[in-house]
Structures are given as structure tokens and as C-alpha cells.
Design a protein around this ligand. Structure first.
Ligand code: DSN
Length: 441
């Protein structure tokens, strides 16, 4: 930071404080992770200076010989790791990657079908108020009351609405997605099957979660979640995709540029390449297996403390908790846990009686704490601390005779009067000190 410190102390201070925050708290938002120093270095490199609209050997600007080598290398690494036929590494993030696929394959008004936000889907999978539902006709499928995807209902809905793309993907669904069933349903209605594996990419790369590559036509992913790379995204085309449409790669590439993007961010593309190299090591495989083990320990410990988990457990890196039996809003829980030093997010649960801004659940994930080297013993301690925090918040809420937690001032009052949060935070800090934020792998 020597240059930022000299040139811009204000920004330097904010970065330093954010680093301190990350060091002293438990990163348990399932979509967050800690990229390596090597990835960070690539992101901060001179590669960001270069413009290169187009693709290797077909650029609109000069001076791209080395950039061509770089992009080709990253593409080849991604093809090998995910066992796919073609990869576009230029999407700036997950949302443009998904939108590019829609614009590549559809005309405005054509139908897409994705999992609803309230069932654990993503905004870009056709949620109301998003471009994916404004420019395309969006039909949404749901989970059943217990939070499991109901494939029979999905088939019936697909037959009725005849989508051109079925999106198999989640952001708050803890169970294994049955890629084969999704592909059978897509085939039945002649739809493209697009799987967005943003949350799962690292687990799939390591072979600890099933790969959709044999079943999907197109796979999109961000690169900064379980894959532990820089912010960015990829669009992959499978052999199955090429069999369905031999022009698929051409269409996707055109949809990215000139379709919706300009110059690629080569610093991030280099970071993606490094993350892909890291993800193909045995160290990373052990890391990914530990993410799952840690999530399962958290799930079973939470159940012991009478927490209701959606679907009763997890097969992945995340756990979705229904807090209704605890009579605490997701907001109060998440904000209270933040004061305790445990960073999670509030989340809707299937058929949530509350609106998305005041949901009944919270979502917890293990990629970040696993990157710090934490294992079974630490997971048990963390769940104990989560339970203590939630119980203390409930106790204060009862003492203060509070019925509704929708007002932020009321939530702050609950948190302020829950004195044990400070003590819990000290324990969290001690734990964090034992597992420093080391980013070398
Ligand atoms: N916002 C991300 C998540 O937290 O799941 C997905 O884009």
C-alpha cells in the first residue's frame, strides 16, 4: 500500500480498515471468499492498462500479442478444469454473463424459466424488476414447502410454458441439483439447459459436487465465490451444447462483444487464470472437501441447538436457516451477529410470510472460514457463538416487550441492550487471531 498511502491517504485508510475488519471477523456469507495474494497481484497489475476489444487473433486494437497469449492460456485452463469445449472468459461479472446468454439465444419476449428468488434463485434468473424479466418473458419455478425442488412440478410448468432456456441454478439452496433431471426436462420441451454454477464452481472443479458438464448446454459462473478467484465470470459451452447448436460459441461471443460489453478486463482475466491453476491442485481439492465437511458440521450442530434448517441440512457450502421458531427477524439476527463479529446475510426462505427486505431467515456459508484453515473444532465453536448471540437477542427482545423488528431503530435498541455481544465478539477475535487471513496457497 506504499503508493496509495502516499497519494491518497483517505482511500488507504479505508482499505486498511476494511482489511482489519476482514481479519477480525468471520466471513460466513456463502458467496464471499479470500482470494490469494497471487490473484490480488494480477488484479492490481498493468494488465488493466490494455484495451483489446475482440478475441485472441481478432482484436480491434494493436499491441495485443501477449494479451492474446494470456486469454488463450486462461481459456485452455478453464476448458480442462471444467471439461467443456469452449469458454468465454470476458464477462465482467455473473449478471452480464447470464444476460449475454439470453441475448445470444433469444429474441425479446421469448420465455426463460428459472428458480424464483424466494425459493433460492438469483435475480438474473428472471426475477421481477430485473432486465431478465423486462426483456424476456419469465416463468419461475419454486421449491416445495420443505424447500426441495419439485421436479415433477418443474416438468409440468416447462410443458405448459415452453421456455427456450431453462436455468438450473441457485444462490440459497443447500442441496445437490439433479442436473440429469434438469436435462431430461429441458430435452422434453426442446429448451436449452443453462446451469449457473456461480456458488458451486470451486466445489465442482474439485470434484466434490457433481458437474453439470455432461448435461448442460451452457454453464455460466462467477469466479470469486467457492472458486476463490478475482471478481469476474465465464460462459462455458459443452459438447452437448455444440451438438444442439453448432453456432453456440459464435453466438455467445457475439453477445458479449459487441452485444453488451466493450473492452475486457485483462487484469481480472489473468487473476481468473491463476485461480484456475490454484483450483487444479490437490491442496484446493482438500480445501473444497473441507468446505463441505465444515458446512455439514455447522448444520448438525445448529440442529442440536433447535435451529430449523430448510431441507434439514446441506450437501453444499451453505445452510439456510428458518428463524420463525426463534421469533427473530432475519434482519435482527444478521445485524446482531455482525456486532458479534460473525458476518452472514439475512435471507428469504421458501414461502416466506415476510417480504424480502424483512425475511424470516439467514444464510450461512463456509468458504471464507475454510480458507482460513478452520475445521471441525472451530465450526462447533462458531455454532455455539451463533446460538449464544441469537438467544441473547431473543432475551433482550422479550425483556423490551418488542413485537415488530421492522424499524431499524428498534433493532439497534435490541442490539445495544444485548451486552453479551461484546464478550462474544472478543471470543470471535481470539479465534480469528489463531487463523490469520493468510492468502498464500
Ligand atoms: N449476491 C450473490 C450471493 O450472495 O449469492 C449472488 O450474486
Amino acid at each position: 500500500m506504499k503508493f496509495i498511502n502516499k497519494i491518497d491517504p483517505e482511500i488507504a485508510t479505508l482499505i486498511e480498515l476494511e482489511e482489519k475488519r476482514q481479519k477480525e471477523t468471520l466471513m460466513m456469507i456463502p458467496s464471499e471468499n479470500i482470494a490469494s495474494y497471487a490473484v490480488e497481484e494480477a488484479m492490481g497489475s498493468i494488465l488493466g492498462n490494455k484495451y483489446g476489444e475482440g478475441y485472441p487473433q481478432r482484436r480491434y486494437y494493436q499491441g495485443n500479442q501477449l494479451i492474446d497469449q494470456l486469454e488463450t492460456l486462461v481459456i485452455e485452463r478453464a476448458k480442462k478444469l471444467f471439461k467443456v469445449e469452449a469458454v468465454n472468459v470476458q464477462p465482467l461479472s455473473g449478471s452480464p454473463a447470464n444476460f449475454a446468454v439470453y441475448t445470444a439465444l433469444l429474441n425479446p419476449g421469448n420465455t426463460i424459466m428459472g428458480l424464483s428468488l424466494s425459493s433460492g434463485g438469483h435475480l438474473t434468473h428472471g426475477a421481477p424488476f430485473t432486465a431478465s424479466s423486462k426483456y424476456f418473458h419469465s416463468v419461475q419455478y419454486n421449491t416445495d414447502k420443505n424447500g426441495w425442488i419439485d421436479y415433477d412440478e418443474l416438468l409440468a410448468l416447462a410443458k405448459k410454458s415452453k421456455p427456450k432456456i431453462i436455468i438450473a441454478s441457485t444462490t440459497a439452496y443447500a442441496r445437490i441439483l439433479d442436473w440429469k433431471k434438469f436435462s431430461e426436462i429441458a430435452e422434453e420441451v426442446s429448451a436449452f439447459l443453462m446451469t449457473d454454477i456461480s456458488h458451486l464452481a470451486g466445489l465442482i472443479a474439485a470434484g466434490v459436487y457433481p458437474s453439470p458438464a455432461p448435461y448442460a448446454h451452457i454453464i455460466t459462473t462467477t469466479t470469486h465465490k467457492t472458486l476463490r478467484g478475482p471478481r469476474g465470470a465465464m460462459i462455458m459451452t459443452t459438447q452437448k451444447g455444440l451438438n444442439k447448436d453448432p453456432d453456440l460459441v459464435k453466438k455467445i461471443n457475439k453477445a458479449i462483444i459487441p452485444g453488451i460489453q466493450g473492452g475486457p478486463h485483462f487484469n481480472n482475466i489473468a487473476g481468473i487464470g491463476i485461480a484456475l491453476k490454484e483450483a487444479s491442485t490437490s491442496n484446493f481439492k482438500r480445501y473444497a472437501a473441507q468446505i463441505l465437511k465444515n458446512a455439514q458440521i455447522i448444520a448438525s450442530e445448529l440442529i442440536k441447538y433447535d435451529f430449523n434448517l430448510i431441507t434439514g441440512g446441506t450437501d453444499s457450502h451453505l445452510i439456510l436457516i428458518d428463524l420463525r421458531n426463534k421469533c427473530l427477524l432475519g434482519n435482527t439476527a444478521a445485524e446482531g451477529l455482525e456486532v458479534a463479529g460473525i458476518i452472514i446475510n439475512r435471507n428469504g426462505i421458501p414461502y416466506d410470510p415476510n417480504p424480502p427486505f424483512y425475511p424470516s431467515g439467514i444464510r450461512i456459508g463456509t468458504p471464507g472460514v475454510t480458507s482460513r484453515g478452520m475445521k471441525k473444532k472451530e465450526m462447533k465453536i462458531i455454532v455455539k457463538l451463533i446460538n449464544q448471540t441469537i438467544n441473547a437477542l431473543i432475551e433482550t427482545k422479550i425483556k423490551l416487550k418488542i413485537n415488530s423488528e421492522k424499524d431499524k431503530i428498534i433493532r439497534q435498541e435490541i442490539i445495544r441492550k444485548t451486552s453479551s455481544l461484546k464478550q462474544i465478539n472478543q471470543t470471535v477475535k481470539q479465534l480469528c487471531r489463531k487463523f490469520p487471513l493468510v492468502k498464500q496457497y
